[in-house]
Design a protein around this ligand. Structure first.
Ligand code: KG4
Ligand code: ZN
Length: 386
């Protein structure tokens, strides 16, 4: 099955073309084309993502990003696609996108694609809507069905993928499967009891872990996104065998459930910075190191608890923060020592942060089940499990 996948939930405009085959026992997929444009430079000065700017940038980027993905996949200028008049209605809020799409369709015939997968939530509603409307427009002009995808399911399924030569493979997934999903907007422990049947075991009560990374980085005058910046500083300290004297609170460790909280930690960093005044380069690195240790410990302790109560046979980490080397290392060590019988995996590095490949993969599973929609709507607060 050939799937065109679209992802615009946050600050990456991503379109991928996937060739996927298999069933729940083994899925194999090849990335035929992958276009991705990051808006990091646009949002840098705000220290976070600014929704109105994200929406505009997605509208400008979608056609070129799709064109790149499709031409990598062998669909280049080769004819024309007639445009029904309803197109204007679908893209009424995105006139610029409509113009770019019309120009594209004038010189490109309909590609042989079986389905269009699009992220319809969770994320920034204005950003999601651009992707959803674009998918609806393509569905109309090409007469190809749409599968709406939950962004978090994309992250989760990407965590099961392993590189296998030129392709990726998802196989031998052990159920129940516990996923720790950690990104800029989410921190949750989700149990997949059966394929696509989810149960929420724990979540953050305030900030997401990626958000804490980004906010703390901002307080320390590090650029956006803060996760990789803090990680670099802390990792260097570890390599040099350095220690630190900063003491940070270990949030919610004794709460007796699987919930997280990161806003107290963020406030503790703020107090340190206020009390201390300007930090030297060395002190800043020490603080980053201390922060990372507390984060990894908090994530591990709640995951450990969730593993115990759920009896999960596999654990995966997913979402942008799962790119963090320290978290991966801490989890690997703890899993080997405490849960050697539980299968543990993290996503291939290129699939950790937002991308459309994961949306295409989830799209395949959903399309196999016939979950097409003729009336997709964006939902910024969409949940995997309530
Ligand atoms: O999944 P993602 O790309 O977008 C959302 O769906 O939110 O995650 C982005 C988040 C940002 O907060 C970023 O700072 C964080 O992931 N991040 C990291 C690392 N790489 C990205 N956090 C810690 N360490 C990293 N290496
Ligand atoms: Zn994400």
């Amino acid at each position: 099955m050939k799937i065109l996948a679209i992802e615009t939930s946050c600050d990456e405009t991503a379109v991928a073309l996937l060739e996927v085959e298999g069933d729940e026992s083994t899925v194999r997929f090849k990335v035929l084309g992958n276009g991705l444009l990051s808006q990091i430079d646009i949002h840098k000065e705000y220290g976070g993502v600014y929704p109105a700017l994200a929406k505009r940038a997605h509208a400008q980027n979608l056609v070129p990003v799709m064109e790149s993905a499709l031409s990598q996949g062998g669909f280049s200028k080769n004819g024309t696609t007639p445009v029904p008049k309803e197109l204007t209605e679908i893209l009424t809020r995105e006139p610029e996108l409509e113009k770019a799409l019309r120009a594209y369709l004038e010189t490109h015939a309909k590609p042989e694609i079986d389905a269009i997968a699009v992220t319809h939530g969770p994320g920034l509603a204005p950003a999601l809507w651009v992707g959803v409307n674009f998918a609806r427009a393509l569905s109309l002009v090409w007469n190809i069905p749409i599968v709406p995808i939950n962004h978090m399911e994309g992250h989760m399924l990407a965590s099961l993928a392993q590189k296998d030569g030129e392709s990726y493979v998802v196989k031998d997934a052990k159920l129940p499967l516990l996923a720790l999903l950690i990104s800029g907007g989410h921190t949750e422990l989700v149990l997949m009891n059966d394929w696509h049947s989810y149960e929420l075991l724990g979540r953050t009560r305030d900030d997401a872990v990626g958000e804490a990374y980004d906010k703390v980085a901002r307080m320390m005058d590090l650029p956006y996104p803060g996760g990789p910046e803090i990680s670099k500083l802390a990792e260097k300290q570890r390599e040099e065998g350095k220690t630190y004297s900063f003491e940070l609170p270990r949030p919610m460790i004794h709460s007796g459930d699987c919930d997280f909280s990161f806003s107290g930690l963020k406030t503790a960093v703020l107090y340190i910075l206020k009390k201390h005044g300007a930090l030297s380069g060395e002190e800043r690195a020490e603080l980053a190191h201390a922060f990372e240790d507390v984060v990894a410990d908090a994530l591990w302790r709640k995951t450990e608890r969730a593993l115990e109560i759920s009896g999960a046979r596999a654990l995966v980490l997913g979402g942008g923060v799962s790119a963090n080397v320290n978290i991966a290392r801490v989890f690997k060590k703890q899993m080997t020592e405490a849960f050697p019988e539980v299968h543990f995996s993290i996503p291939p590095r290129e699939l950790t942060t937002d991308n459309a490949i994961m949306i295409g993969l989830a799209g395949f599973y959903r399309a196999r089940k016939g979950e097409f929609s003729t009336n997709v709507e964006a939902d910024g607060n969409l949940v995997l499990a309530g």
